[in-house]
Ligand binder design. Structure first.
Ligand code: FAD
Length: 383
């Protein structure tokens, strides 16, 4: 794998870095405290092509390779994970899945709107009673003539209150031993679909996380994404690529932790000298830097495998597992460098730690990633 960025990749990375400095960084503390990122950011992300990366240009996407997608995701994650998550879900989990599984009509209906930022997508898999064991979901879609009637509840849905379209997973077959899950593209304004914002999150506070309740939601048969009964495969294929995006976001958090800790260590004095000159502070900094580089290399490897058309799912789990745990360690080590100031939200590292923590939970907890990797190594499923 060539680790040198092309001129074009570096230009897009720089575009994202400048965007964050201009449109995100000045608002990070206020958005976090208010539990609300300004929704106008979506159209700005779309205007720069960040919501269409890797999506073919004929559907309004900006094309490009997966390494470029990682670079942009890292820069957004470095600035604000709440903003990064909007892209990882609306583009990474929804638009890219429509591009892979959608009919021509579905691609024309949703992709230009999602990639421009005119519309936002959310991914509705998790339910109150079903998280890690996602295939066991209880939401049901029953065929009624030319429609499906859907009933159920989804929870912890990123972009949930903002979304115009829900990529929704529901059971369509109850036969014993049959996974029987199907994927649907449900317009968020369909009667019977209600949304409730979830507040009080430890991190990602700016993100519009919601519970979705579906009561007698009636959608036409042509909202099925992929074949009936293949929804679990659709979900798992979306999450495998999604894990690369989460990993890239974690690299961004870890890099932000390193930048902040090095800067602060260069400014703060204790015992008559800069704390950067204390060996144990240097140990903290060096530990962070090794985690940053290792997480980045694992993440880029996934992008390289995808772009070369190779099998990447296990590598994506390895990258997501390592990068998420590393992001927590890096933010925590950076907080230690800041001492008591790290505990106050005027300084960046406390938020980095809060935002990092969820990365070990969603799109498969660390335990679930280990089971995926273990299954690939042994051929034995230990779920
Ligand atoms: P559980 O599955 O109940 O797990 C609890 C504990 O048991 C964990 O430690 C887990 O690792 C462990 N465990 C479970 N099974 C096993 C096993 N077989 N072996 C060993 N340990 C096991 N979901 C969506 O569908 N769309 C979204 O957009 C979305 N966004 C989210 C945003 C946030 C902020 C959060 C917090 C969650 C989001 N989620 C979303 C849900 C997320 O994916 C789930 O929370 C996650 O998959 C874990 O499920 P759970 O919370 O039900 O935990």
């Amino acid at each position: 794998m060539n680790l040198e960025l092309s001129e074009e990749q570096e230009a897009v990375r720089k575009l994202a870095e400048d965007f964050v400095a201009r449109e995100v960084a000045p608002h990070v503390i206020a958005w976090d405290r208010a539990e609300n990122v300004d929704r106008s950011i979506v159209k700005k992300l779309g205007a720069l092509g960040f919501l269409g990366l890797t999506v073919p240009e004929e559907y309004g996407g900006s094309g490009g390779d997966h390494l470029t997608y990682c670079l942009v995701t890292e820069e957004l994650g470095r600035g604000d994970s709440s903003v990064r998550g909007i892209v990882s879900v609306s583009l990474g989990l929804v638009a890219k899945t429509i591009a892979s599984w959608g009919s021509e009509e579905q691609k024309r209906q949703w992709l230009p709107r999602l990639t421009s930022g005119e519309a936002v997508g959310c991914f509705g898999l998790t339910e109150p009673g079903t998280g890690s064991d996602a295939g066991n979901l209880a939401t049901r879609a029953v065929r009624d003539g030319g429609n499906y009637v859907i009933n159920g509840t989804k929870t912890f849905i990123t972009n949930g209150t903002w979304a115009d379209v829900v990529l929704l997973f529901a059971r369509t077959n109850d036969a014993p031993g049959h996974r029987g899950v199907s994927a649907f593209l449900v317009p968020a304004d369909t009667p019977g679909l209600t949304r409730r914002a979830i507040h009080g999150k430890l991190g990602l506070r700016g993100q519009a996380t919601a519970e979705l309740v579906l009561e007698e939601v009636r959608v036409p048969v042509d909202t099925l994404l992929g074949p009936e009964g293949k929804g679990f495969t659709v979900a798992m294929s979306a999450l495998a690529k999604g894990r690369m995006s989460v990993a890239a976001g974690c690299v961004g958090i870890a890099q932000a932790a390193l930048d902040a800790a090095v800067r602060y260590a260069g400014e703060r004095e204790q015992f008559g000298k800069g704390i950067a000159g204390h060996q144990l502070v240097q140990e903290l900094l060096s530990d962070i830097s090794v985690d940053v580089e290792a997480a980045r290399l694992l993440t880029w490897r996934v992008a390289d495998l995808i772009d070369r058309g190779q099998e990447f799912a296990t590598a994506a789990s390895q990258a997501k597992l390592y990068a998420s745990e590393a992001a927590v360690r890096c933010a925590n080590n950076a907080l230690q460098v800041f001492g008591g100031y790290g505990y106050i939200d005027e300084y960046p590292v406390g938020k980095l730690l809060r935002d990092a923590r969820v990365m070990t939970l969603y799109e498969g907890t660390s335990q679930i990633q280990k089971l995926i990797i273990g299954r690939a190594l042994t051929g034995v499923s230990a779920f």
